[in-house]
Design a protein around this ligand. Structure first.
Ligand code: ADP
Ligand code: ASP
Ligand code: MG
Length: 420
């Protein structure tokens, strides 16, 4: 089999961990498989580099940021190749550039345009284990780019697609994909499999176990992905195409995201074209807006427009909003960074009603105020005060019967009184 194995920050977080991973790779290779390894920076390394940048500049230049951040993965790739060689495994480390990961120029969140993987293929054909530094690529003009936080997942999936790997294994610090973050809700249940669409929603809504772009890519090229722990031999969670069985489950997961801020432009004159102008200028700055709410004031003459953007883009978006507010003669601009977004996800929502109502009711019962709401066919999200995040995740996980215990209760009751 041709296997891509990606090891995240915690999995390569120390010399002992790098050694442990190297022996896992050796074990796979000894079984006769061809292995490509993709590594993240050692745990905490990327945050440390971001912190250094923020100490030398208020708004660090994004091109320079990518030069800096890409170095973390380079360190772990080289160390991993050395560890493998000292176990007698032929291995060679490569940067994103060396394996031909071509991206656009959106520094710090570049999109992959092409993957040649020539050197990966060459190494494999010579019986060498390629160890690829994750999270990075190169523009047409040879500038280094990074692929957004969690971007090593994308490197792994993109390489798996390019070399048509049989499986892309994502090794992390939990046993697989759970009904919600197992570090917040201990009762969370591990899923044996999850559909690409549900995984995509979970990931985009904050479950950082897989980077959302990597799931998008996996879905598009139908890359078989499994999420597993590098600390055990447990089987993990397969990310697969949707099947009928999955639609029977109404809500399959709860996610939260504390990495957004809410910006409100107050007292905007109520005229056609204003929202278009605001969101065009934000899009031109490469900022992805998530939720949008517009409220017309009681006199009907002005409106408040609120929207959320990633925390990292907060300052930039605020500046743009202030400029536009001034031009339009709006009353002011407000930024809140003490918010979080809590979401429920499930493909079964397509065919079940009352799910959103149950979510709102549950939050209300716990006195949690909802500031914004957004829905799609398979998810409902609410923006709430960040201090209630864990509480909201726990009560929603419980009310939708996702925990180990509640699930067995549900199985019992459905056996006793099956309706359909
Ligand atoms: P890595 O460094 O291996 O890439 P990450 O920290 O990016 O690992 O992702 C793993 C973490 O994702 C887990 O430790 C867990 O806290 C978090 N997580 C959030 N939601 C989920 C979920 N639904 N299932 C599993 N893990 C989740
Ligand atoms: N090191 C990068 C990050 O922390 C990429 C990754 O780990 O996937 O976001
Ligand atoms: Mg990650």
């Amino acid at each position: 089999m041709l296997i891509v194995q990606k090891y995240g920050g915690t999995s390569v977080g120390s010399i002992e961990r790098i050694r442990a991973v190297a022996s896992r790779v050796k074990k796979t290779a000894d079984k006769g498989h061809s292995v490509v390894v993709v590594v993240s920076a050692m745990a905490g390394e990327t945050d440390k580099l971001i912190n250094l940048a923020n100490q030398v500049a208020q708004n660090p230049d994004e091109r320079e940021m990518d030069m800096l951040l890409s170095s973390g993965e380079r360190v772990s790739a080289a160390l991993m190749a050395m560890a493998l060689r000292s176990l007698g495994v032929k291995a060679m480390s490569f940067t994103g550039r060396q394996v031909g990961i071509l991206t656009d120029t959106a520094h710090t969140k570049a999109r992959i345009e092409k993957v040649s993987a020539e050197r990966v293929k060459k190494a494999l054909s010579e019986g060498v284990v390629p160890v690829v530094a994750g999270f990075q690529g190169i523009t047409e003009t040879s500038d280094v780019t990074t692929l957004g936080r969690g971007g090593s997942d994308l490197t792994a999936v993109a390489i798996a697609a390019a070399i048509k790997a049989d499986i892309c294994e994502i090794y992390t610090d939990v046993d697989g994909v759970y009904t919600t973050d197992p570090n917040v809700v201990p009762e969370a249940r591990k899923l044996d499999k999850i559909s690409y669409d549900e995984m995509l929603e979970l990931a985009s809504l904050g479950a950082k176990v897989l980077q959302s772009r990597s799931v998008e890519f996996a879905k598009k090229y139908e890359v078989p992905v499994v999420v597993r722990s590098s600390f055990s031999d447990n089987p993990g969670t397969f990310v697969v195409k949707e099947d009928e069985e999955m639609e029977k489950v109404v809500v399959s997961g709860v996610a939260y995201d504390k990495n957004q801020v809410k910006i409100t432009i107050i007292g905007v004159p109520d005229r056609p074209g204003i929202a278009a102008r605001l969101f065009n200028s934000i899009a031109e700055a490469n900022i992805v807006v998530d939720m949008i709410v517009q409220n017309i004031s009681s006199d009907g003459k002005s409106a408040d427009i609120s929207f959320t953007v990633p925390k990292t883009d907060g300052k930039k978006a605020m500046k743009l909003a202030e400029g536009i507010a001034r031009d339009l003669g709006a009353k002011g601009v407000d930024l809140r960074d003490d918010i979080s977004k809590v979401s429920i996800i499930g493909v079964g929502m397509k065919s079940h009603s009352g799910v959103a109502a149950k979510m709102f009711e549950t939050l209300a019962e716990h006195n949690i105020n909802i500031m914004m709401i957004s829905t799609s066919e398979i998810k409902v999200s609410c923006v709430i005060d960040v201090k209630y995040t864990e509480l909201a995740v726990r009560v929603l996980h419980d009310v939708f019967g996702l925990g180990g215990q509640s699930r067995s209760r549900r199985t019992k009751s459905s056996k006793q009184g099956k309706k359909k």
